[in-house]
Design a protein around this ligand. Structure first.
Ligand code: ASP
Length: 404
């Protein structure tokens, strides 16, 4: 994302805030009479649902296909992936915990949409098989996203293993992922209208109860995300041989850039500067940070897990232990598949909700406060990449180089 684009993203956020206020006012004044404005949000939701399968296919496919190019660096990659997955799993668990403690969606009493049928409780067999599709067509439905990721990983691996013969397909995947990221940024121009329609409908039909829900959701998200940053990353950098206080200080600059641009990709150059100051060797951070910016999003994993619990509470849908475990897994995968752009995590929330069997209408409800949640999750997404890089350096090189 370039700076003019970042500025445009600001305008969209500003427009979304105005839309939220206007829509809420209209909902407050008009009550149930304005409920048909909901259609403006439904349009947004339908477009999102349509693009999800191809967005996953191109972004994950391209990441995998270019990944295995780095085969010589296998040891480093495996190590960094293990650290990324462990920290994302922790973050997703905090998300579930935050939802269960703060209970942001309780008491609102939304009704699930008419076509919604509660899924049957999953058995272990279902859980294992939920990674593999019965036939190709299933991969193209929103509910088949988990299966699509598995298929795409195999596809990307095959492309990578073909080497030069696979190069045209790799370029195709690269171009396709750019196209879809562009589509997402185009759709975001419509987002303020969707926010307007949905907030008018929500406040009109459900009144201020939902506002309380939003406040609790934001509080839950900030509390647990900052906890992850201070405690978990503090611990990781300490294990990596860096004084946590020094880490917080050097990380502040990328933290703020990520907080305001809401894009891990845009923050990459600033994050690299911080890595240099922390004494992480260039050959380590040149690899860990770009990969981390694409696949390691702890803030997003936390947000997606928390949002799913929020949506379940909004609609009064109980989540058993099996569903919560599936949710943690889905949030890890969802955060990996999330594009490093503003609002990327919201799009992939559709994957998480459908994997756990929750109504996708929840996305539209979260949309209204998503920029506030996006700021903190992006800041943590980039901070995690540097924290993990210190530990990787310690394990591979024994210690960090003397910080500049
Ligand atoms: N904005 C986030 C990032 O760039 C992704 C997300 O929306 O979760 O890291």
């Amino acid at each position: 994302m370039t700076f003019p684009e970042a500025r445009r993203a600001y305008y969209i956020v500003a427009a979304m805030i105005i839309a939220l206020v206007l829509g809420s006012l209209i909902g407050y004044v008009g009550g149930k009479q304005v409920q048909d404005l909901r259609i403006l949000g439904d349009i947004f939701l339908r477009i999102l649902r349509t693009i999800i399968p191809l967005l996953i296919f191109f972004t994950v496919g391209y990441a995998t296909a270019s990944f295995a190019d780095l085969r010589r660096l296998g040891r480093l990659l495996i190590l960094v992936l293990i650290i990324f997955i462990v920290t994302s799993a922790l973050a997703a668990s905090w998300g579930v915990l935050a939802g269960l403690i703060f209970r942001p969606g309780e008491g609102v009493g939304l009704k699930p949409p008419a076509e919604y049928t509660p899924p049957k409780p999953a058995t272990w067999r279902d859980l294992v098989l939920s990674f593999f599709s019965l036939d190709f067509a299933e991969l193209l439905s929103v509910g088949g996203a988990l299966k699509l990721i598995v298929f795409t990983l195999i596809f990307g691996l095959a492309v990578a293993l073909l080497g030069d013969a696979g190069a045209p397909i790799r370029s195709f995947l690269e171009a396709g992922s750019k196209v879809f990221i562009k589509i997402v940024s185009l759709i975001m121009y419509y987002a303020p209208i969707a926010v307007f329609g949905y907030s008018a409908w929500l406040i009109g039909v459900y009144g201020p109860e939902i506002v309380k829900g939003y406040v609790k959701l934001v509080a839950a998200s900030y509390t647990f995300t900052l906890f992850h940053f201070i405690v978990i990353y503090g611990l990781i950098v300490w294990l990596g041989g860096l004084n946590p206080l020094r880490y917080y200080r050097e990380q502040l600059e990328p933290f703020l850039v990520a907080f305001t641009t809401r894009s891990s990709a845009a923050t990459l150059p600033v994050n690299m500067r911080a890595a240099e100051r922390m004494g992480i060797p260039r050959d380590v951070y040149n690899m860990t940070l770009p990969i981390g910016a694409t696949v390691n999003m702890d803030g997003t994993a936390l947000y997606q897990a928390l949002s799913a619990v929020f949506v379940a509470q909004l609609f009064g849908i109980a989540l058993g232990l099996d569903k919560l475990l599936l949710l943690v897994l889905a949030a890890i995968l969802g955060s990996i598949a999330t594009a490093a752009i503003p609002g990327g995590g919201l799009i992939m929330l559709a994957f998480v909700l459908s994997t756990v069997g929750l109504p996708l209408e929840g996305i539209a409800i979260i949309l209204a406060v998503d920029p506030i949640l996006d700021a903190i999750r992006t800041a943590i997404n980039v901070s995690g990449d540097n924290a993990s890089s210190t530990l990787v350096t310690r394990i591979i090189y024994g210690r960090l180089s003397s910080p500049s």
